[in-house]
Design a protein around this ligand. Sequence first.
Ligand SMILES: *Cc1c(COP(=O)(O)O)cnc(C)c1O
Length: 472
Amino acid sequence: MTELHPYLRELPAVDRLLKEPALGELLERLPRRLVLAAVQETLQGYRQKISAEREGGRFMAGLDLSTAVLAQEAAMLAQNRALPRLRPVINATGIVLHTNLGRAPLARAAAQAVTSIMEGYCNLEMDLEEGVRGSRQAHLERLLCELTGAEAAVVVNNNAAAVFLLLNSCAAGKEVIVSRGQLVEIGGSFRLPEVMAAGGVRLVEVGTTNKTYRRDYEAAITADTAALLKVHTSNYQLVGFTASVDAKEIAGLAHAHNLLAVEDLGSGVLIDTTRFGLPPEPRVQESIAAGMDLVTFSGDKLLGGPQAGIIVGRRELIEKIRRNQLARALRVDKLTVAALEATLRLYLDEEKAVREIPIWRALAASLSRLRERAETLAARLRDYFSEVDLELLEGSSRVGGGALPTAELPTVLISLRVPGKEASELAGRLRGGSPPVIVRLQQERLLFDLRTVGPEQDELLLQALAAALEEE
Ligand SMILES: *Cc1c(COP(=O)(O)O)cnc(C)c1O
């Protein structure tokens, strides 16, 4: 056995550390086990570093292993561990639907609906008029039908679940025909061929990567075919020489052969995106009007609501989907129902939806207003921190979240650099701040895009930035 490193013998015992004022004070307001775990973790960290030094590391020289220093370090760790891990952040990236940052922030009305429902009992599955058992879907179905023109609707956990459930309910054991140009992968784990296989459906690919014609679908139809599936290429675009078959033609062809026409819209949107200078994104009501039997889309992409997967379409097919055993496993909870109902209600008045749903507010923000806010923020930062190198640049914001991948919205960026400081280190400090701020990093500069920062958050952002710049 090798001899114990002298530093290891010097490390104080857990009990002694806990008696230090820094930790004693924390023990009064935090759970003991949390503080204890932080102390043990801190000591363990030192033990590992000290043992590693045997192999030639040099960080130990002049190390202060006093009880007070270690207690201080453990106290900081404990305080950090006492914060919720999931917390609000400021999204200064300019990516409106940032999947890593929770996609769509909810409208105030939706957040209030969630709060009012979650604190007590609610009529989730009770029909208040008849006093009998009702369906949780009833709170959403009428609104969805009114907004999309469909006969019926069912809502599940997310759009991946919606596509899976649809295929499994309507085409299990049969063939479904899809264009080769539409075999999407979204976010690494939703891969259409694999979702189809998991749903018990045989994929029949037709056409080529760039061109698929009506005759390709037609030639692939057999006695085993159940449906023609159209998938929106949400997160990529085919450019150059391309051909695809539109929803109306797919529906016509499917119905002429007694087959189903179904469509995965991905994001799905209820209002015209060209209003905001964006490329057109297919609208749910257009797919229904084109004759699609079933259409699926996400709740938290361009709808701007909670995570959910929405299936709208013909009543008998929706009933069949609801009867699938898996529908229970994929169903939405009451908080989602509350948030989605409130979000959908806003769309009854399109202007209200644009004003009150955060993603539309962000997408509709004018360049002049963004510039004004950026100028104000930059001027105030210059007042406090004369050494900071700040400039305003023209750039573009992105829609993100696997929707409108090529769209670029003109924006104003605050570009910031602190001479002698690494940009990545500053970005790390901002992420570790309270609230955390997420920024873009580009060539040793930090870029802030206020499009995704609510105007009411400007002050908070300034404070978070000031705190990060002041830190030694
Ligand atoms: C985003 C997307 C999905 C997955 O939707 P989630 O709501 O993230 O599960 C499926 N299909 C398409 C075409 C998409 O764009």
